[in-house]
Design a binder for this molecule. Structure first.
Ligand code: URA
Ligand code: ZN
Length: 371
C-alpha cells in the first residue's frame, strides 16, 4: 500500500543503491572482499563487502548480509518506491563501487557498469536518475575521460565515490584535475563511506555488537575525516563551484564544524602557511558547496544539518536496499521499512510543510536538475 508523506511534494530518494548485472557477475566471480557466495551447509547467497566481514571466527550465518532481489532486481526498487510513496530515485552503485578493479580493467568495466545504470533509468523514464561510478583504480586521464562521458549520459547527474579517492584520500593533489572536470561538467559528487575506522578502535568485544559500531559510528567518522581533509587541502578554495553531497547528513561534520574552524585558527602551521591566501571557512563551504542527505533518522541530526547547511540543501534518502526490516517472528516481512518510516517521521516532525516539500524532493529536483 502506498503511503504519501506529503500531499504536495514530488518525493525523491537520492541515497539508494543498485547492483547492476555486471557488478553482480564480478562480485560472484571473486573470493576476496567484496564478493558474493554461500557458506555451506547454508545455500543462500551472502554479500560480503566490509573489510573483515568474512573472518573465520564469525559464524557463516553472520558473515556479511543476505543478498536477495532487492539488491539487484530493478523492478524490486520500483516496488519499494511505490510502497513508500517515492516518485523518483537517483540510483547509485553500492560501496565499494569499482575501487577494487585491476588498473587495466578499470575504464572498460566502469563504462559498462555506467551504461547499465543509465539503461536501467531509461527502462523507467521519469522515475530513475543515477550517480555514475568512476574508474578510480585506473589513470587520472581515464577518470577524467569517464567524467566527461558521464556528463553526456541522459540520466546521470553526478558520481558516487568513496573516501579513498585514487588510493591516497581526497586531499591527494593528483585529484585536482578530477575536481576540475567534475566542476566543469556540473556533476555532483555523492561522497559515501566504505572503509570505516581501523578495527582496533572497536575493541576485543566488537563481535558482540554485530554491524552497529561500523555502520553507526565508523561510517560517519570516515566521511567526516575524508571531507575535512578535502577542505583542509584547499580543494574548495580552488574549485569554488564544486558540489559534494555527503552521505548520512555529513557524518559528524555539522556537529564538529565549529571545532574544525577553531582548530584551524589556533594552528600556527596552517595559519602561517596560508597567511597570504584567502581561505574559505567551513561555514562558507557548507552553505555553498556541500549538500547533506537526510539519512540520520532523528531530529537532532537534522537540526545540526539545517543549522550549518540550510534546509534548502538537505535531500531525502533511504539507503535502500540496506537496513531492511528484520524478519518478523512469524516469518513475514514488514511492508513499510522501519529505516524509511523513521526517516520520514524525523523530517515530518522537524520541518514545516513548505520546507518539508523541499527536503522530500524539491531540493533534489532543483539541485540535480531532475526535469
Ligand atoms: N552498509 C553498507 O555497506 N553500505 C550502505 O550504504 C549501508 C549499509
Ligand atoms: Zn548508502
Amino acid at each position: 500500500m502506498t503511503q504519501r508523506q506529503s500531499p504536495t511534494a514530488t518525493i525523491v530518494d537520492i541515497h539508494t543503491h543498485v547492483y547492476t548485472p555486471l557488478f553482480m557477475e564480478i562480485l560472484r566471480s571473486r573470493d576476496a572482499v567484496p564478493y558474493i557466495r554461500s557458506f555451506p551447509p547454508d545455500t543462500s547467497d551472502r554479500l560480503i563487502i566490509l573489510p573483515g566481514e568474512d573472518s573465520p571466527d564469525t559464524p557463516a550465518t553472520s558473515r556479511g548480509r543476505p543478498i536477495g532481489p532487492d539488491y539487484y532486481d530493478i523492478s524490486k526498487k520500483i516496488e519499494f518506491m511505490d510502497t513508500h510513496g517515492i516518485d523518483i530515485s537517483v540510483i547509485s552503485l553500492a560501496n565499494p563501487w569499482l575501487d577494487f578493479l585491476p588498473t587495466e580493467d578499470a575504464l572498460r568495466v566502469t563504462q559498462q557498469v555506467n551504461d547499465e545504470l543509465n539503461n536501467l533509468c531509461a527502462s523507467y523514464p521519469g522515475r530513475l536518475y543515477a550517480f555514475g561510478a568512476l574508474p578510480l583504480s585506473g589513470s587520472v586521464a581515464e577518470v577524467i575521460q569517464e567524467i566527461k562521458r558521464l556528463a553526456q549520459l541522459r540520466y546521470v547527474r553526478g558520481v558516487i565515490m568513496g573516501t579513498s579517492g585514487l588510493g591516497d584520500g581526497l586531499d591527494d593533489p593528483r585529484l585536482d584535475s578530477v575536481w576540475g572536470a567534475l566542476q566543469e561538467t556540473k556533476q555532483t559528487i555523492f561522497l559515501h563511506p566504505h572503509y570505516g575506522l581501523p578495527k582496533e578502535v572497536y575493541g576485543s568485544r566488537q563481535d558482540n555488537y554485530g554491524h552497529v559500531l561500523a555502520l553507526a559510528m565508523g561510517f560517519p567518522m570516515e566521511t567526516t575525516i575524508a571531507v575535512a581533509r578535502m577542505f583542509l587541502s584547499g580543494v574548495w578554495d580552488k574549485w569554488t563551484k564544486l558540489s559534494v553531497l555527503l552521505a548520512h547528513s555529513g557524518g559528524t561534520l555539522p556537529f564538529l564544524a565549529g571545532r574544525l574552524e577553531s582548530c584551524i585558527l589556533h594552528d600556527r602551521h596552517i595559519m602561517e602557511k596560508g597567511k597570504d591566501e584567502k581561505r574559505r571557512t567551513i561555514w562558507d563551504i557548507l552553505q555553498n558547496n556541500i549538500l547533506l542527505d537526510s539519512v540520520v533518522y532523528a531530529r537532532a541530526g537534522l537540526k545540526a544539518a539545517t543549522e550549518v547547511a540550510g534546509s534548502d540543501r538537505i535531500l531525502f534518502g533511504t539507503d535502500h536496499p540496506f537496513f531492511p526490516p528484520l524478519t518478523n517472528e512469524e516469518g513475514g516481512k514488514e511492508e513499510q521499512w522501519l529505516s524509511v518510516t523513521m526517516n520520514y517521521r524525523a523530517v515530518q516532525e522537524e520541518f514545516e510543510p513548505k520546507t518539508l516539500d523541499g527536503i522530500l524532493g524539491g531540493n533534489a529536483i532543483r539541485l540535480l536538475r531532475l526535469e
